[in-house]
Design a protein around this ligand. Structure first.
Ligand code: UD1
Ligand code: M6R
Length: 371
């Protein structure tokens, strides 16, 4: 049931304040004055000791689920102190890459039925790793075959383009980081700041959704373009990849997410006064580097659309030529949840304006159960 919405993708984008609330329900514990705030992931509590002892955490997924894991990678590394590596499921299987008994392998999948991810799971089980699932579908193959896991509880997702599952996956993996790091005293203030951020997150997502009209106007400007680049780094490299994936799969427009640190190693050659480029420059430890990326793109006459935190417009504007999208600021590791929303809206509006099928893009299936 689409309710007041025209398409499922639109509905699912707009219901993110609620889906995120459901994802966190019963899992965030706000202590009293002297009790620490903490998270409780029922499905993992008996396995946390084993996870903490593992030599490595390997995130495995495809498409949007891979991007969500990439968004959470650095907070998991920071709070757990365990190295985290990333695997695209098909590539892990193609390479028969090394997976050991001392590894915790985390399988991220909205449907829980993706063939590539399932094959990678079988492979990791054979190699003796602890296998953890993060899925939206109770009773799915991945939920059944993993040793333990977390249901993201985002509610049924119907649009082929994953939107609300992406933001809920990131939140679950941030909670996973908090749970693994929960016995480390030195991290306590940081953990509490993130838990506070989680409490406020649905409200901030509601705020960022108010950019709907602005993103529709931007889509009108970009309707006839051939290509769109999205530059991000740090926590928001994943946002760049995910924004580009959305534009590509539903609006059928070529789009590429680019790690801004790689700009001078090739992509800069593409920059001219015609090619639109989104630069994500919200506040985190990479902000000044992104300011310099903006300067350099501007110096090559790049057609820039800059995403920055509210109040930062002046700090990211160059010569009045760039367009600026201001988004609410949240704690750095949760900022990807906010930043992806305008890009989801942009992809949605571009698709509708270009007259393509939003919920069923050509050639794609919601659940990819073949290799
Ligand atoms: C569980 C209940 C929830 C109830 C809550 C109350 C289910 C599905 N969930 O939620 O309805 O409100 O207790 O305490 O009955 N699992 C995997 N692989 C996966 C995902 C999950 O093995 O990919 C396992 C978990 O390890 C766990 C079980 O499935 O044993 C349920 O996981 P989850 O729903 O996340 O647990 P709770 O949040 O505790
Ligand atoms: O169900 P899964 O999360 O395992 O699906 C993985 C990908 O097929 C999926 O995310 C795909 O990239 C989406 N269509 C992206 O919107």
């Amino acid at each position: 049931n689409k309710g007041k919405y025209e398409h499922y993708m639109q509905k699912e984008i707009h219901e993110q304040p609620e889906s995120l609330t459901t994802t966190m329900r019963g899992r965030l514990i706000r202590g009293g004055s002297c009790k620490a705030k903490t998270v409780l992931l029922g499905g993992l509590k008996d396995h946390l000791k084993t996870i903490r002892r593992s030599r490595r955490i390997v995130f495995v997924g495809c498409g949007t689920s891979y991007n969500a894991a990439l968004a959470a990678r650095s907070i998991v590394e920071e709070l757990s102190g365990i190295p985290v590596t990333m695997e695209i499921a098909s590539d892990l299987v193609d390479r028969q890459g090394p997976i050991y008994r001392e590894d915790t392998a985390v399988f991220v999948s909205q449907s829980g039925e993706t063939a590539d991810t399932l094959l990678a799971l079988e492979y990791a089980l054979e190699n003796g790793a602890l296998c953890v699932g993060i899925t939206n579908t109770v009773g799915s193959a991945i939920a059944r075959h993993t040793h333990c896991g977390v249901h993201i509880n985002a509610g049924c997702e119907i649009g082929v383009a994953s939107t609300k599952a992406y933001t809920s996956q990131i939140v679950v993996m941030a909670m996973l980081a908090l749970a693994i790091g929960a016995d480390t005293l030195s991290n306590q203030a940081r953990r509490e700041a993130i838990i506070d951020g989680l409490f406020y997150l649905p409200r901030k997502v509601k705020e960022v959704l108010k950019l709907d009209k602005e993103m529709k106007d931007l889509a009108k400007l970009l309707i006839a373009e051939q290509s769109l680049l999205v530059f991000g780094r740090g926590y928001n490299y994943a946002t760049a990849l995910e924004g580009a994936l959305k534009v590509k799969e539903v609006a059928l427009m070529h789009s590429e997410g680019i790690l801004a640190g790689e700009m001078k190693h090739g992509p800069l050659a593409l920059v001219d006064e015609n090619l639109p480029i989104v630069v994500i420059a919200t506040r985190d430890s990479c902000f000044s580097k992104q300011q310099s990326v903006i300067q350099q793109l501007h110096a090559r006459k790049g057609r820039l659309i800059v995403m920055c935190a509210e109040g930062d417009k002046a700090s990211v504007s160059v010569g009045g030529s760039s367009r600026v999208i201001e988004v609410p600021h949240v704690v750095d590791c949760l900022q990807p949840v906010i930043n992806v929303v305008p890009l989801q809206l942009l992809a949605y509006h571009l698709t509708v304006l270009r007259g393509y099928n939003v919920d069923q893009p050509r050639n794609l299936a919601k659940s990819v159960t073949t290799q």
